[in-house]
Design a protein around this ligand. Structure first.
Ligand SMILES: [Fe+2]
Length: 249
């Protein structure tokens, strides 16, 4: 079994294209997408079309949900991006294309369960909205509550910070584990990182390959400036959304 786990594309077509090419080069046919296809970035329609085409399992992210329904708890920059994204989804392409995109978003599940693996956007406790940050390993109550909801493995995104959380309350960044982790009998949570807006100070796109019991964190270079320039040219997308891509923050 070989599968790519991608998340948090955030309408970044250049990053998504580079990741899809990397996935193809390794002859991986199965892709799971853990949400936030849209929001922040300049190409929501194009990214959604690619996910519809290539992903076998897709989970609803909070930004996908915000484009569909009334956004809740978003800061002004994110909120403006949500409204701009909605306009694009409502107005780009012929009506069958538009309907296909909305129907797809509207039917996305919040969780997916594959035997011993759970797939969510945020956390096992609150699948769409809860953040699990590396520093949460110091919050024993939170860790215990999350792990009590996981059979064996939980794959998630949302924070844009890749790594592995273990039940002995440790967080391992990809660099610390040489980009590889072997799944065993212990419970773990895996953040697969972000394709289109990494926030771990590495601007390269991030995703995970699962091959049987081995996870590999992949970093893929793409031309960040192309995406940033598109963002700068769109009034409703704040310039900081382009700036942050360059620093991976
Ligand atoms: Fe996100």
């Amino acid at each position: 079994m070989k599968r790519a786990l991608i998340s948090d594309i955030h309408a970044n077509l250049e990053a998504l294209s580079a990741v899809l090419a990397d996935i193809r080069n390794q002859e991986i046919r199965e892709i799971y997408c853990l949400g936030d296809i849209v929001g922040y970035g300049p190409n929501p329609c194009e990214c959604l079309d690619q996910v519809i085409r290539h992903s076998q399992v897709t989970i609803l992210g909070n930004h996908d949900q915000a484009a569909l329904f009334d956004p809740d708890g978003f800061n002004p920059v994110a909120l403006q991006a949500v409204y701009w994204t909605r306009e694009q989804l409502e107005g780009r392409g012929d009506s069958s294309r538009i309907h296909k995109r909305w129907d797809y978003l509207g039917e996305l599940p919040r969780t997916h369960n594959d035997g011993n693996s759970l797939y969510v956007h945020g956390s096992a406790r609150e699948p769409t909205n809860e953040y699990v940050f590396p520093e949460d390993v110091y919050n024993q109550r939170k860790m215990d509550a999350l792990f009590s909801r996981i059979d064996r493995y939980c794959f998630q995104g949302h924070t844009h910070i890749p790594g592995v959380f273990t039940t002995d309350r440790e967080f391992h960044s990809p660099e610390e584990i040489s980009y590889q982790y072997r799944l065993g009998t212990d419970c773990i949570m895996v953040n697969v990182g972000s394709v289109g807006q990494p926030r771990d100070n590495d601007p390269r796109a991030c995703y995970v390959i699962q091959e049987d019991d081995v996870l590999t964190f992949r970093r893929v270079e793409y031309d960040v400036n192309v995406t940033a320039d598109k963002i700068y040219a769109i009034n409703d997308l704040d310039n900081m959304l382009g700036d942050r891509l360059k620093s991976g923050r």
